[in-house]
Design a protein around this ligand. Structure first.
Ligand SMILES: [Zn+2]
Length: 464
């Protein structure tokens, strides 16, 4: 199979060349960080002279920046250029507080298009593709970034944004759309809505590529989604955030998509994976840690050691790929966020692990939730119940099978409660998989009421 590149010289650069380039770019980034009072003071506080930073180990001496710091610096944040050079302000979605503004220069916006074009080309897109674009517009950077990327490669894009599901399921058919960009959760919703409207995605749609992102996803969930799509459909994964300058920090090639990994564009991002508790750098493959990113070409809002809170790991072949992008390291797909990890009876439970088990168990439907009980302060989870929809006619023994498979995966037995088709919420953007009981009662009152009754059953029945 021949590989197609958007920027072959950069994409196929040898690793040693890339490392030299990265440190030239890092020196420039540090110089521009000195224009930002927050960084200037932070560097002075630890006695760091940017001119001494030459290797990744030197980087480890520099301070981090995180969401709470960024929030405290609003409204202008960490703007490193004069106002006349700022072409656009975007903001984070603000799900965990006030939105944070991020500044973009014209060059920053061009780079979004450039990285997007690399991602889309690596995913096999061509100028003859017709794309249905459902990432959000407005403050969030997702939708406008995909527009830039589609435009750059010359594909035909329809900027639908999230929602409009009845229009989408018909137009996907009538326009012969070949590419969709959205959260995987939204794609699953479209599949369900299509079937309800008498449209079979596998035969009535012409989709061949999904550009999925915006939330953690597991290979099992994507496999289930792909099964519903036309034969030969490829599910790809793109990673990024507004703080990191857009959704194209990393993306899958054909091989990475099969592997559950993606390539990080190393001429724009210098990454570290750290133990979220100790801050120690992780170098061995397969050990999960927090992704920390230093931007290398951002002008508007450069990021110095940005703590993403996203969990990932190095993989055995991080620096090798049959696609030839060997200087752009592969890391595992984001498996969750440091704040999503629950500790239940001493065991760590990640929503992505539960999703992986639910989606690879036959008979389960599209909706599932982790419902937690918390301690009186509302901070720590003390118990978690898996609530999962079964498809019509599913074997009732599925609940027991799920509980067994979850125990094998998590090391503890979680109660499993089943719900009927359509009883649990659907999401148009990012799914919220962890809810407390009051939140469940808001979105699925009938299920919440059954859960409360189940609690009074003997404990062996509860374990089902
Ligand atoms: Zn590759």
């Amino acid at each position: 199979m021949t590989t197609t590149y958007w920027a072959a010289d950069i994409e196929t650069m040898p690793r040693e060349h890339m490392e030299r380039l990265q440190f030239e770019l890092l020196a420039e980034t540090l110089r521009s960080c000195l224009q930002v009072p927050h960084y200037r003071e932070g560097l002075a506080r630890v006695g760091a002279d940017p001119r001494d930073v030459r290797t990744p180990d030197d980087l480890a001496a520099l301070p981090f920046i995180d969401k709470s710091t960024l929030r405290s610096l609003q409204p202008w944040g960490i703007q490193a250029v004069p106002l006349e050079d700022v072409a656009r302000l975007n903001a984070t979605t603000g799900t965990t507080g006030l939105p944070c503004n991020i500044a973009f220069t014209r060059s920053d916006l061009d780079n979004i298009g450039e990285l997007g074009a690399r991602n889309l080309t690596a995913m096999g897109l061509r100028s003859s593709d017709v794309a249905w674009q459902c990432y959000g517009y407005g403050l969030w950077i997702g939708g406008s970034s995909l527009d830039r990327a589609y435009e750059r490669i010359g594909a035909t894009a329809f900027p639908a944004g999230p929602g409009r599901t009845s229009l989408a399921v018909e137009r996907l058919r009538d326009l012969g759309v070949t590419v969709i960009s959205c959260t995987p959760t939204f794609a699953l919703l479209l599949v369900e809505r299509a079937r309800a409207a008498g449209i079979d995605p596998a035969t009535d749609w012409n989709l061949r590529v999904g550009i999925f992102g915006g939330e953690a996803m597991t290979p099992a969930a994507l496999a289930r989604l792909s099964e519903a799509m036309p034969a030969g459909f490829r599910a790809h994964n793109t990673y990024g955030t507004t703080e990191l300058g857009g959704p194209f920090v990393a993306g899958t090639c054909e091989h990475a998509a099969q592997q559950g990994t993606f390539h990080v564009w190393a001429d724009h991002h210098l990454i570290e994976i750290l133990d979220p508790d100790t801050g120690e750098r992780i170098t061995e493959p397969g050990v999960r840690g927090e992704l920390v990113v230093t931007s290398l070409q951002r002008q508007g809002s450069p990021m110095l050691r940005w703590r993403t809170r996203d969990l990932t790991s190095w993989v055995e072949d991080s620096w090798a790929c049959p696609c030839g992008r060997v200087a752009h390291p592969k890391i595992s797909w984001i498996s969750g966020r440091t704040d999503d990890v629950l500790k239940v009876r001493g065991s760590l439970v990640m929503p992505s692990q539960v999703e992986d088990v639910v989606c690879s168990t036959a008979g389960t439907g599209a909706g599932w939730q982790l419902v937690v009980d918390r301690d009186p302060e509302g901070l720590r989870a003390t118990e978690a119940t898996v609530v999962v929809e079964l498809v019509a006619g599913a074997d009732p023994e599925v609940a027991g099978e799920l509980a067994d498979r979850l125990r094998d995966r998590l090391g503890i037995r979680l109660p499993v409660v089943t719900a009927g088709p359509g009883e649990l919420p659907r999401y148009e953007g990012k799914a919220r998989r962890v809810l407390d009981r009051a939140e469940l009662a808001d979105v699925a009152p009938a299920v919440a009421a059954r859960l409360a009754v189940d609690d009074h059953r003997p404990s062996d029945a509860m374990a089902r």
